[in-house]
Design a protein. Structure first.
Length: 169
């Protein structure tokens, strides 16, 4: 499950496509474009604020499960979304075999933690109201990234899920 959470976080930040403007577009009198280009260059050195990231993570996860507000495709990197979708469909009609899955993804992810045939973030097919009950920053090993230990609770079903999520821009 840890890789699933990690991938979800990776997907979320990779969905924020940062595009730099060509130099021809930012020269001259367009101050707004110049400022934008400077800001885009600075994002590589910006540290993630743990409190803001925890607030965002709680909002996104709860909204995804309770309001269908954030589809997983918008939370995870495209690669992780494909990986987890493949893992979820292993053994089902139209899905790949476990051997094919391992062959396809073992060079990118530790497939032992793929959560084969289970969903994103929680392993239940059905859930009630999901709450993020704890979201604790664990480490900032790489500048611009932060790892959280996240506890999800399915209140009506009294189920708890512990996940490790890595956030990066």
């Amino acid at each position: 499950m840890k890789p699933i959470i990690f991938a979800i976080v990776c997907i979320f930040f990779s969905c924020q496509n940062k595009k730099e403007l060509p130099a021809a577009d930012i020269q001259g009198t367009d101050t707004l474009a110049t400022n934008f280009a400077e800001m885009a260059k600075q994002t590589d050195t910006i540290e993630i604020d743990a409190e803001d990231a925890a607030t965002w993570l709680k909002e996104v996860v709860e909204s995804h499960f309770n309001d269908s507000g954030f589809p997983m495709e918008d939370i995870c990197t495209p690669e992780y979304y494909e990986y987890k979708t493949d893992a979820t469909q292993v053994g089902y009609d139209g899905g790949m075999t476990e051997e094919d899955f391992v062959q396809k993804w073992s060079s990118t992810y530790d497939v032992r933690y793929a959560g084969i045939s289970v969903g994103f973030l929680i392993s239940a097919q059905d859930w009630g109201k999901i709450e993020v009950t704890r979201c604790v920053p664990k480490s900032k090993q790489i500048p611009g990234e932060i790892t959280f230990e996240v506890f999800l609770t399915d209140v009506p079903y009294k189920m708890n899920y512990k996940r490790i999520l890595r956030l990066f821009p």
